[in-house]
Ligand binder design. Structure first.
Ligand code: NAI
Ligand code: ENO
Length: 376
């Protein structure tokens, strides 16, 4: 097994809650050769996580040697709590008690309620730190897990007054060993930030998608990438989001007040679209959106960067995209971003490739020479 020599976490690591996130952590560490164990309240979920290689099953070991010996045998350096937000504090408190030598991190999407609940237990919090990987999927459970889930994504570490330096070191090490970029902030700043950049986007996507429930299928079949982009995360797990939104209600509401104000303004304008100033008002709203989206950082969290896109038509058959990307590589151009769109009812796909502006014209020429069809 490949082990990054600069890795911080030597293991063993116990992951409690082996769903999407927990199994992804387990997979990412296991492939690096770290001794990893998984545990879940659902025996089936735990068995699936173990089967896909996310770690060894704690329950299996408990069956063989009993709970106390199992805990002593594993003796984890680090426990990663990946249970849902409403049980995260309880799971952390139990882990601190069960594994008195271990550092314990949780990865729940909301941080202040977990820290406050832990403070109430009176637990020694020097071995605990809250963290939050800013990467996920709209699916849950270990079957959707990916060891690469955290690569080049931010991972927030929320230091608090009682945490020991060794705990911080291991939490940061976990994030970097899994390929993530560490960001630090306190729990309040974290919760306010994710309300705006993650929780309200989820709400907006769900509200928009809920408009589609009674739309005739013929109308939906006309949908292009705009609707798909804005509703992708509406497929997220309602059970998880009930917990996230209720735990972070105050910061989410603060952002929604602003959205409500803009929505009221737009409705009032569109009710009288020919009134003096109406068009200017619409233009202003759209421009404000342009300004906001231009501020979202580009690839790898760098500053927004303008790439040039070209759209290549590919047959909807296996291996075409791999062949296209291989040829772009042969031509010597780096793909900065890529997305795929299917044309409705056609056996053809459209691959939009973003490259640095200076490479675009040459690439169009070379690909055309090689027989690819470019939709400019
Ligand atoms: N889904 C996402 O995109 C992201 C989720 N998170 C956070 O990660 C955590 C896990 O979320 P997912 O993996 O998406 O959910 P999931 O539903 O896929 O996994 C959660 C697992 O925890 C288990 N579980 C529940 N109570 C338990 C308990 N008391 N003891 C042991 N296991 C228990 C469940 O059986 C389930 O397998 C949540 O706190 C969530 O806020 C963080 C970043 C992204
Ligand atoms: O919001 C996003 O962009 C995601 O990729 C999904 C996600 C969901 C919940 C989280 O706590 C963090 C990330």
């Amino acid at each position: 097994m490949h082990r990054n020599s600069a890795a911080t976490v030597s293991g063993p690591v116990l992951v409690i809650g082996s769903g999407l996130l927990g199994a992804s952590v387990g997979l990412g560490l296991s492939v690096q050769g770290v001794e990893t164990w998984v545990s879940d309240i659902s025996p089936t979920t735990e068995a699936v996580a173990a089967d896909i290689g996310a770690g060894r099953s704690l329950a299996r070991l408990v069956e063989q040697v009993g709970p106390e010996s199992a805990r002593a045998d594993i003796d984890p350096q680090l426990v990663v709590v990946a249970t849902p937000p409403d049980v995260a504090a309880h799971t952390v408190a139990q882990a601190l008690e069960d594994y008195p030598q271990a550092a314990v991190v949780d990865i729940a999407s909301v941080k202040e309620p977990v820290l406050l609940a832990l403070r109430e237990t009176g637990a020694d919090l020097s071995r605990y730190i809250g963290t939050h990987p800013m990467s996920g999927r709209e699916k849950s459970g270990p079957v959707a897990a990916r060891g690469e889930l955290f690569m080049s994504r931010p991972w927030v570490i929320c230091e608090h007054d009682d945490v020991a330096p060794e705990t911080v070191r291991l939490a940061r090490g976990l994030a970097t060993d899994l390929g993530a970029n560490v960001a630090t902030m306190d729990v309040q700043e974290h919760d306010a930030t994710v309300a705006l950049i993650s929780h309200v986007p989820q709400v907006m996507s769900s509200l928009l998608a809920s408009r589609l429930r009674e739309t005739p299928l013929e109308s939906l079949s006309l949908a292009g990438q705009g609707l798909r982009d804005t509703t992708r995360i509406a497929a997220s797990d309602p059970g998880l989001w009930v917990q996230i939104l209720s735990a972070n209600a105050r910061p989410v509401v603060e952002t929604l007040y602003g959205v409500r104000e803009d929505l009221n303004r737009l409705i009032a304008t569109l009710e009288r679209p020919t009134a003096d100033g109406a068009r200017l008002d619409i233009a202003e709203l759209m421009t404000e959106g342009n300004d906001g989206v231009a501020r979202i950082p580009g690839k790898h969290g760098g500053a927004p960067k303008a790439f040039s896109a070209l759209t290549v038509l590919v047959d909807d058959t296996p291996g075409q995209i791999a062949r296209l990307l291989a040829e772009v590589g042969e031509i010597g151009v780096n793909v900065e971003d890529m997305r795929m769109e299917h044309s409705q009812g056609q056996p053809v796909g459209m691959v939009e490739i973003s490259v640095v502006p200076t490479a675009r014209d040459g690439l169009v020429h070379e690909l055309t020479e090689r027989g690819w069809k470019i939709a400019e």
